[in-house]
Structures are given as C-alpha cells and as structure tokens.
Design a protein around this ligand. Structure first.
Ligand SMILES: Cc1ncc(COP(=O)(O)O)c(C=O)c1O
Length: 477
C-alpha cells in the first residue's frame, strides 16, 4: 500500500491502490485454498479473510483522521461488531488499535471474548433492556441512549450507583436517506435516536442535557451503504451544531465527545477502495472544522468499510446446466451466505470471480450465465445473467467483497451449514518456482491460513434445531 503522507489526495490514492494489491493476494489465496484442501469436493464452500488487507484498512482509517484532528485529540475508532461478528477478527482489530461498537448482548459478549476492554467499547442498540443497561454501566462501557424512555432508565441507574460509563444520547438529524431505504437512518421517520426536527424535540434534547450534567456525549449515525458522503457529513454537521448550542447554553463544555457513527460506503463494483477514509475525513474537516480543532473527542463506528473488501466466499461449482438458453452454474454459495444479495439483488449486487478446478483465475470469452446457490427456491442466485468466463463443473465461484454483513451473517435456510472461515496471510517464504509450496505465486511467497471459525457440523445443526427436545410436542400434548 502507498505510504500515507497526510496530504489528502495522495492518502486517498493510496487507499484506492490497496485494491490492486488485494486482488493479487486474493488470487494467491484462492489457489492456496484449493491446493491445501480448504475447499474441494468434500468441503464445497469456505469463507476467506485477507488479514493483510484488514490491517491496511485499519491503518488507513487511523491515518485519515489523524491527518485532520488537532494533535492530542482523543479519537476512538470503534468497529461496528455487527459487520463481522467473529471473535478472532475483533481480537485482530483490537490489536490494531480499534475499539468496538456493540448493539446487543451477543455483540458485547463477543467483544469481551476478544479481550476488548470496557473503556474501548460503546453500546448503541435501539432496544436495550434494563439489565443490559445496568451491566454496561457497571462495566464502565460508553452508552448512547436512543430515546427519552431509555434516558429515564439511565437516570434511575445513575441515581442508584456511580458509573465510569461515558453517557450520551443518539439524535437523528433527519437530513434524509440514501439509495437503500433499509440502511438510511436519518430519514424523517427513522426508528433511531431522537428525531431532531420534530416539533419541540431540539429544545427537549437541550433541556435533557442541561438537567443531566453527566450527559457528556452526543451520537449520530446517519446511514450506511447508499448514503452519499455529503449527506453523512451534513448529519454530522447538524449534530455538531447541536453540541455547540448545548455547551453554550450550559456555559461550559458539557459535551466533550461526539460520536459520528460509521457508514462509509463500499465500492462493490471493482477492487478500488473508494471512497477512501481520507476523502471522508477531509470532507468532514471542510464541512465541520470545529469538530476537529481539539475541543471535542471523537468516536467513529465504521463497520462495512473496514472489512467488506477483505472477505471472499469461495464455492465449488457442483453442476452446470442450461435452461431456456441460459447457462447456469449451481454452486454452494447462495442465500445462506449472501442473504441480502439474494433477496435484494438490485441493492446488493456482488462481483463473482471465476476460478478453475485448480483455483487459477479463469480467462476465456464472457458468457451470460446465472450463478446459483444450493437453496431450494428459484431466487437463490448470487448473480443473474452475468457476463463472465463460463463456469464449468468443478470450478470455483468467488463472491467478492463479502467480509462484512455476508458470510459472518449466516442464514439457516434449508439447514445449510455455516461454512468454515479462514484468515490468510503470507507464510514468510519466497517461492522461487512461481507456484510455491502452499499455492503462492512467485516472489510473494506462499499463503498461510488460520481457522477463524470451524464449519457447523450436522450434529450442531440438529442440536440448534431442538434435537434435545425431540419428544417435546408429541410427549406433552
Ligand atoms: C449505530 C451504528 N453505528 C455504526 C454502524 C456501522 O455502519 P457501517 O457498517 O455502514 O459502517 C451501524 C450500522 O448499522 C449503526 O447502526
């Protein structure tokens, strides 16, 4: 990756360049996964994570904000655990200096299992129970209350016991939505936060802070994939203005930290890492300069942009056929690993790369074909009518950019098993023969894998499907 220089354009270009390196690493890893038997006739689907790429993205995120914040400004980049809820991934990110944004008891448990300390964890979910709030405050985890009723619960907890938790409120600046309604959180009627432009809401928020000297943070997350950068920055700007107003009315710097959420979109159309963190950070600095002058600490909550480009679902082509003149490759990757793409293909198109039986990139003329999954419904397609080199029996189809919100979000249709996930990185060798002992190609050396998650077994499927209660209905009623 091009070294970050602190000058915006070059930094953004460096992030974009990372895409070409990532594509080369991907080809090596696919070849190695086939050669090492991670995927094959008996294990027809696997998830792969590019550890080098993940590290590069965390470095780019940190550098992008370092370049625009006043020296000494406290900045916590909290990874949105929902994007890739896998303990080894969280541990890796923690080691790379990234905190965690959690939005459920399960996500908090994962962050804790990864060794992330409470002081580097933020709890944000819209439906926190009293028990969850109590635990978070007891641990000292930062909490952003979503609404007035939740704030009343926090009031009671704050009265009953002291806490180290930084506490804030989430607001919805209602600046509008993006191209994917389901991921647009700053619409007029979004379920998240206090809707700031509703009648009386802004004054209510200001009073809520003036009445609670311990409320020191303000939070917004204006949306995810599909929301233009300018709109995200607009949402942050509105939130910043509110913080300034509250501090002015309080006569002190009561709000000391702004949590600006995540949401940087991912380019699912090519290998380029665009938009770059550096681009967004510069846009924010230009739109909201006061946010970066050192008076406010910052929390960010990026998810998709840190992980998506670094994941691949690699699936074997079990059969090929033709129907109505359409070539169809029936693979083992479908709705169970790509639910969003299968159910909403217009919003979530995925690139699919073709590899041959040995895991080498396929060349050849493009043929219009469907890449189908294994599930028993007609819509289970990873790609429909896609022009790409013809997939043949025993080849591999790779669903790209699936490191966030895809294979880590298994959907149990047809009781299809959760596939194993392996992280990959260089094995430190210099493969002189152009192939390497573990699938590397030339000077880059070989590829080493590490298990991130084992595949779900059939016994586990039975157990998780009530296997221990087989007689529950026939024996009770
Ligand atoms: C509160 C909050 N923060 C952060 C994120 C992460 O968004 P993204 O993965 O688009 O960066 C989400 C996504 O739903 C969210 O709801």
């Amino acid at each position: 990756m091009t070294a970050y220089t602190g000058t915006g354009d070059r930094a953004a270009r460096g992030e974009a360049d990372e895409g070409a390196d990532g594509a080369a690493r991907r080809d090596q890893a696919v070849r190695a996964a086939v050669e090492q038997g991670l995927v094959g006739p008996a294990t027809p689907i696997v998830g792969l994570l590019d550890i080098t790429g993940i590290r590069a993205s965390t470095a780019a995120l940190r550098a992008a904000f370092d370049a625009v914040t006043a020296p000494g400004t406290p900045v916590l980049h909290a990874f949105a655990v929902k994007a890739t809820p896998l303990v080894p991934v969280l541990r890796l990110l923690h080691r790379e200096g990234i905190g965690m944004e959690v939005a459920s008891p399960g996500e908090l448990a994962l962050a804790r299992a990864a060794g992330v300390p409470p002081a580097r964890t933020v709890l944000d979910s819209p439906a926190k129970t009293p028990a969850e709030l109590r635990e978070a405050l007891a641990l000292g985890i930062a909490v952003n209350a979503d609404n007035p009723q939740e704030l009343a619960r926090v009031d009671a907890l704050v009265r009953s016991a002291s806490t180290r938790s930084p506490l804030g409120l989430r607001v919805n600046p209602q600046v509008g939505g993006g191209s994917i309604g389901a991921l647009s959180t700053a619409t007029a009627t979004s379920k998240f936060g206090v809707a700031l432009r509703d009648e009386g809401a802004r004054e209510w928020v200001v009073r809520a802070y003036l009445d609670r000297p311990w409320l020191t943070r303000l939070h917004t997350h204006s949306g995810s994939q599909g929301v233009p950068l300018e709109l995200m920055a607009h949402g942050v700007a509105e939130t910043y203005r509110l913080a300034e107003e509250i501090n002015e009315r309080a006569g002190r710097r009561q709000i000391d930290t702004l949590d600006i959420g995540g949401g940087l979109p991912v380019n699912f159309g090519s290998d380029a890492h665009t938009p770059a963190y550096a681009q967004y950070a510069r846009l924010l600095a230009a739109t909201v300069p006061g946010l970066f002058d050192g008076r406010f600490g910052l929390v960010t909550e990026f998810g998709r942009s840190l992980l998506a480009k670094h994941g691949i679902v690699l699936a074997r082509v079990e059969y090929t056929k033709s129907a109505g003149g359409r070539a169809i490759a029936v693979t083992h990757a479908g709705v169970q690993v790509a639910a969003r793409t299968v159910y909403a293909p217009q919003s979530w198109p995925l690139r699919v790369a073709a590899y041959d039986t040995k895991g080498r990139p396929k060349a050849g003329p493009d043929v219009v074909q469907d890449v189908a999954g294994p599930a028993c419904f007609a819509g289970d397609l990873l790609a429909e009518g896609r022009s790409m080199p013809l997939l043949e029996q025993g080849d591999y189809a790779a669903a790209l950019d699936t490191g966030a919100y895809y294979f880590a979000h298994h959907y149990g249709y047809n009781s299809l098993a959760r596939p194993a996930i392996h992280g990959f990185g260089p094995d430190g060798t210099e493969a002189a023969d152009g192939a390497g002992t573990t699938g590397g190609t030339g000077a880059a050396g070989g590829v080493r894998f590490a298990v991130v998650r084992t595949a779900q077994t059939l016994d586990e499927i039975v157990t998780e499907s009530g296997g221990a209660h087989a007689e529950a209905l026939t024996g009770t009623f």
